[in-house]
Unconditional design. Structure first.
Length: 228
């Protein structure tokens, strides 16, 4: 392991211990390898501004795994997951490594980012991860997924409208957000949800610890209505 991946591994393990989230050691090692690949690729292609391993462990990898923690705590069973706008592979790569029983698809409209994710998946032998160059709003012959997630997209109503077209009836949409953004939701959101056939469930709040800071995060969770 490189010095960077060792620091990432130590920090990530501490974060997951605070959550009592048990992740296989091989999967954690592969996350460190993914970070090494990311640092190398980032020298040529701008994939991430976070290159410090301690910061990346918290803000990229632990943050991504909050969805796995949510699924555990809320007893949510899924088989297929879509990550819209994956960038360098967040949250898709950590999720796929942590949950090899889930089939994870990562899409992004930027070809160079998808090339990196696809290459990393091949090098790390992540068999349950598929990387596809596609725009979520006009993805031809797109399948539907049990769960659709995104970390940084357009406004929430617009993102939900896109995600609704890609989630199965009865499926879940999970948006990674800061606490400030989530508390800024207005009553207008209810009208949007009704039109989309979505129901918002209790948000899932969690904290990330970075240096002396506590970063307050939330997963905004929505469920699509089942067919009548």
């Amino acid at each position: 392991m490189s010095m960077e991946s060792t620091l990432l591994d130590t920090t990530l393990r501490a974060a997951l211990d605070r959550w009592s989230l048990d992740i296989d050691g091989r999967a954690l090692a592969q996350m460190g390898q993914h970070f090494d690949l990311l640092l190398t690729a980032n020298q040529v292609t701008n994939l991430t501004r976070i290159t410090d391993p301690v910061e990346a462990a918290v803000k990229h990898y632990a943050d991504s795994l909050a969805l796995v923690r949510w699924a555990r705590d809320e007893h949510v069973a899924v088989r297929t997951v879509l990550d819209i706008g994956t960038g360098a592979g967040f949250p898709a790569v950590p999720i796929a490594l942590a949950r090899p029983d889930w089939s994870v698809t990562a899409i992004d409209g930027t070809a160079k980012k998808i090339r990196f994710v696809k290459s990393a998946a091949e090098q790390l032998n992540i068999e349950n991860l598929t990387a596809t160059h596609a725009h979520s709003s006009h993805w031809e012959d797109a399948p539907r997924f049990d769960l659709v997630t995104f970390r940084a997209l357009a406004t929430l109503p617009k993102s939900l409208a896109t995600a609704t077209e890609l989630v199965t009836p009865g499926g879940w949409i999970v948006a990674y957000r800061t606490m400030d953004a989530a508390t800024g939701d207005t009553t207008d959101m209810e009208q949007s949800l009704t039109a989309l056939g979505l129901r918002q469930v209790v948000p899932y709040r969690y904290n990330l610890e970075h240096e002396s800071q506590t970063l307050r995060r939330v997963l905004s969770v929505f469920r699509r209505a089942t067919k009548s």
